[in-house]
Design a protein. Structure first.
Length: 133
């Protein structure tokens, strides 16, 4: 379900989620826009597997406005579909009278990909990321 923060629309992921990315290039930067909605989050709370390979800490970055950047490369070195699995420390909503609260991962406002070997960039808004739930 979409959620709203002021004028912003976002979607919570699960603590473990899969992005199947159709890469237009063999490598680039995948950006997860979180806007620092969830605090505290540290890069040590995140593990990322791309095409069966665990990303090293040098391939993960986070900026002051809450963008998490993943430097990814297609496993074969060629452009094509690549699976990106993100594992993040779970955030639990408080329980309610109707039961246990939701298990949450990252609040995603958008997902973007910038190719290293071209000047193209693609961005999906939260309303286009139904596959993350």
């Amino acid at each position: 379900a979409l959620e709203y923060l002021g004028e912003g629309v976002f979607r919570w992921t699960h603590p473990v989620f899969l992005l199947r990315v159709a890469l237009a290039a063999s490598k680039g930067v995948l950006t997860l826009e979180t806007r620092n909605l969830r605090r505290p989050i540290d890069l040590s709370d995140i593990a990322v597997v791309v095409g069966g390979r665990i990303l090293s800490s040098e391939d993960l970055e986070q900026d002051d406005i809450g963008n998490i950047k993943l430097n990814i490369q297609a496993a074969s070195g060629l452009a094509g579909e690549t699976d990106v699995v993100v594992i993040v420390r779970e955030l639990c909503e408080p329980s309610t009278k109707n039961g246990r609260g939701r298990r949450l991962g990252l609040p995603l406002f958008s997902v973007g990909f910038a190719c290293d070997d071209t000047n193209r960039e693609a961005v999906l808004g939260a309303d286009q990321t139904e596959a993350l739930r």
